[in-house]
Design a binder for this molecule. Structure first.
Ligand SMILES: [Zn+2]
Length: 277
C-alpha cells in the first residue's frame, strides 16, 4: 500500500524539481558514441598515468618505511609487553585490551610461566571470566596465585614492571619481591559507603584486582593501610607514586583518597572510563 502511494506521489511530477522527475525510457538500440578526438584521448591517458604514479608512490614509500620503523614507534605494531616502555605503550595497551585475540597475543609475547592461560569461566549471566588467566608472577614480583581476566593480567604486568619496581627503587632503594592482593574475581554487586549498589562490580567479570601490600627484597612488608599516612615521607611518596602511575596502566584506580572502603587497597580496573582517585 505504501509502495503504491509512493509510486503515485512520484508520478505527480509537479511536486518534484525537474531533475527528480521520472524520465521516459531511452529508445531501444545502442546509444550513439561520442566521436574520439586527439585531445580527449590525451586527457584520458594523462589521468591513467596520474593514477599509476600515485599507486607506485604509495607502494614504494610503504615498502621503504614499513619495515624500517622501530616497532615501539610504530602505532600500528601490536603491543610487546616485554619491550621497554615507549611513548606509544599505553596507547597500544588500550588497543590490546579492546579485543580478546589482541590481549591473548600480547600475553603470549611475555612468555613467562608466571602467566597461565585457562579456559574461560562462567558462573552466571552476570559473573564470568573471559580471557581467563592465572597469575602467580609478574616481571619480577610474585603473587599468591590469582585468577583474573586477560586485560587485568596484562595491565598488572605493565604496572608492576613500569611503576611498582621503579617506584620502590627510587623511594626505598630496593625492588619488590611480592605483591599482596585481595583477589580479582568476586560475583557481587558494587560496594558503596551506603551498602551494596545495584550494578555488578567490575570484580564480577574479573575486570579489576585489589592490591593491598608489597614485600620488599629485604623481606619487609609494607601495607597500604598504614602506608598512605605513614610518618615516613618516603613510604608515603612510594604509595602515592603507585597510585598515580597506576592511572597510566589501568583505566580506573581507586585508593584511600576515594572513600573509606579503599583505605587498605587500591582497586585497579580495566574500567570503561578513566577515573583516578
Ligand atoms: Zn576492587
Amino acid at each position: 500500500m505504501q509502495t503504491r502511494d509512493f509510486e503515485a506521489a512520484t508520478s505527480r511530477t509537479d511536486v518534484f524539481p525537474h531533475f527528480l522527475r521520472r524520465r521516459d525510457p531511452p529508445p531501444p538500440g545502442p546509444a550513439p558514441r561520442p566521436p574520439l578526438t586527439l585531445p580527449g584521448l590525451l586527457g584520458a591517458l594523462a589521468s591513467l598515468a596520474g593514477y599509476v604514479l600515485l599507486l607506485a608512490f604509495v607502494v614504494v614509500v610503504g615498502a621503504a618505511l614499513g619495515p624500517g620503523i622501530p616497532e615501539r614507534l610504530n602505532p600500528l605494531a601490536p603491543l610487546d609487553p616485554a619491550a621497554p616502555a615507549g611513548p606509544l605503550t599505553a596507547f597500544k595497551l588500550d588497543r590490546a585490551t579492546a579485543s580478546p585475540e589482541a590481549c591473548r597475543a600480547a600475553l603470549d609475547r611475555i612468555a613467562t610461566p608466571g602467566l597461565t592461560r585457562l579456559p574461560d569461566r562462567r558462573v552466571s549471566a552476570e559473573c564470568s571470566i573471559a580471557g581467563h588467566t592465572r597469575v602467580r608472577k609478574l616481571s619480577r614480583a610474585l603473587l599468591a596465585p590469582v585468577s583474573t581476566s586477560c586485560p587485568v593480567a596484562l595491565r598488572l604486568y605493565l604496572w608492576e614492571r613500569h611503576a611498582v619496581q621503579p617506584a620502590a627503587r627510587a623511594h626505598l632503594g630496593q625492588g619488590v619481591a611480592e605483591i599482596g592482593h585481595l583477589d580479582s574475581f568476586a560475583c557481587r554487586p558494587i560496594r558503596t559507603e551506603n551498602g551494596e549498589g545495584e550494578a555488578m562490580s567490575a570484580h564480577a567479570t574479573a575486570s579489576a584486582i585489589d592490591i593491598g601490600s608489597v614485600t620488599l627484597d629485604s623481606g619487609r612488608r609494607l601495607a597500604l593501610a598504614d602506608g598512605w599516612r605513614n610518618p615516613d615521607g618516603k613510604i608515603r611518596a612510594f604509595w602515592r607514586q603507585l597510585r598515580d602511575d597506576g592511572c597510566t596502566w589501568f583505566r580506573t584506580v581507586l585508593g584511600p583518597d576515594f572513600n573509606s572502603l579503599h583505605q587498605d587497597h587500591f582497586h585497579l580496573a580495566q574500567g570503561r572510563y578513566n577515573s583516578c582517585r
